[in-house]
Design a protein around this ligand. Structure first.
Ligand code: AMP
Ligand code: GLY
Length: 428
């Protein structure tokens, strides 16, 4: 059996969970993580890299005889890393677990994804699209819109490009900031204005070879900084898997109305897509709608999903490349997984870095997926807003989360904060 050298791009909790999983595979020869964090070096070799410096990534691939490139986040995919590799004679043999630049537009452009959903009759919030040229029309549109009004910067804005305005005045202000003041740079020069959908969100993950696909365990993420889902949005403060309502009839609707038409739609439009499709869904009175697509796995969802995926991840990637995912049955660990994210004081606003961490070795019943951590003078210190994800298994969601909350108490650094109510809707 041959084995493969793998380069995983990224440095967050998601990449820690992916590195943890990839390193368990017999098909993984050497794993490199670029740039990684203080935790990922347990699973492979960290390499100092910027995920959008394609020239440097190319050199690493050549130097280390990389067979599989796994972009953890969206930045390199939206910037076209797939096309860069496939157009380079020295790189084109490398398997990439991610879509082409065109496919990555599902995440890279809200306007593109909205039109795609419309073309394929995929349920999503009604919307209109505006730029500088029809700015005045946009203002009139906002004035007659029902409240609240959802405004989205078209391009990547690191999760900050969505405003849910409770009044027309607030909506006009946000709209003007995005288009006239370029608040989100070029990303916000086109604005999608959409209908507000009320319901419970969940994240569904398909891994596709372009024709068939498998579904990974689903998850629910907790985006707000404050307990009771209050305060500003973050990258994600915790996750659970499974999601109790993601079963039976509801999941069948997700497959029939959303996943199948998406995979078939990409194929019908000849959009090259081999990789993950993350469906950010909302359950509106039993009917699923798409809030957003992402072209990669979620963070912190991955930290709850990978521990529940029993299949070999490298084998899944090989089946993807061969177009044989229809031969694969995904096996879920029957235990629940609960992830709690420890963050830095001030996050998602400004926060300090370089705070010394201790107590990591006291955690016994959980897996620690490092996110914003680094080594300084042979100590682990904080290096980001989201510092470390704590995942535990349990017989049910609460049991899993209780272990993660217990482990959270052992880890110390100045300004530690975490939500103690992850999974609150599913308390027995
Ligand atoms: P997005 O970046 O598109 O995922 O949006 C960020 C968050 O804003 C989502 O996770 C939702 O909580 C919320 N959101 C986005 N679009 C809508 C919508 N149409 N209705 C209600 N909430 C939304
Ligand atoms: N947790 C949401 C995301 O990864 O976009």
């Amino acid at each position: 059996m041959s084995a493969y050298n793998i380069l995983l791009l990224g440095s967050g909790g998601r990449e820690s969970a992916l590195a943890w999983k990839l390193s368990q595979s017999k098909l993984c020869k050497e794993l490199f993580i670029g740039p990684g964090n203080a935790g990922t070096s347990q699973y492979g070799s960290n390499i100092n890299l910027s995920v959008t410096d394609f020239e440097a990534i190319k050199q690493v691939c050549i130097d280390y005889h990389i067979d599989i490139l796994f972009p953890g986040g969206e930045d390199s995919l939206v910037a076209g890393i797939w096309d860069y590799f496939k157009n380079d004679a020295e790189l084109k043999h490398i398997i990439i677990a991610g879509p082409s630049k065109e496919g990555a537009q599902l995440e890279g452009s809200k306007a593109f994804s909205k039109k795609f959903m419309q073309r394929h009759n995929i349920p999503t919030a009604g919307y209109a699209e505006f730029t500088e040229t029809n700015f005045d029309e946009g203002i009139s549109y906002l004035k007659q819109h029902s409240l609240p009004i959802v405004l989205k910067a078209d391009g990547l804005a690191a999760g900050k490009g969505v405003v849910i305005a409770q009044s027309v005045e607030e909506a006009i202000e946000a709209f003007t900031m995005m288009i006239k003041e370029a608040q989100f740079g070029d990303a916000g020069k086109t604005v999608v204005v959409e209908q507000f959908l009320a319901g419970v969100e969940l994240s569904v993950f398909a891994f596709t070879d372009g024709t068939s696909y498998v579904l990974l365990p689903e998850a629910k993420d907790y985006k707000r900084i404050g307990e009771g889902d209050t305060g500003p949005n973050t990258g994600g403060m915790g996750a659970i898997s499974p999601v109790p309502f993601a079963a039976g009839n509801f999941m069948q609707k997700v497959i029939d109305r959303i996943v199948n038409p998406t995979v078939n739609g990409l194929k019908a439009e000849s959009i090259i897509y081999q990789g993950f499709i993350f469906f950010g869904l909302i359950n509106v009175s039993g009917d699923p709608y798409v809030i957003e697509y992402n072209c990669r796995m979620g963070d912190p969802e991955t930290e709850a999903v990978m521990p529940r995926l029993e299949n070999d991840l490298v084998e899944l990637i090989l089946k993807m490349q061969q177009g044989k995912l229809d031969e694969v049955t995904v096996k879920h660990d029957s235990r629940a997984a609960g992830t709690v994210m420890l963050v830095s004081e001030g996050y998602p606003g400004t926060y300090p870095k370089g705070k010394a961490m201790s107590g990591l070795d006291k955690v016994e019943d959980s897996i620690l997926f490092h996110a914003g951590t680094t080594n300084k003078d042979s100590h682990i210190v904080t290096n980001g807003g989201r510092v470390i994800a704590i995942t535990s298994y349990g017989s049910n969601i609460q049991d899993a989360l209780n272990k993660s909350f217990e482990s959270a108490k052992h880890i110390e650094y100045e300004g530690k904060y975490y939500r103690r109510d992850i999974g609150f809707e599913f308390k027995n």
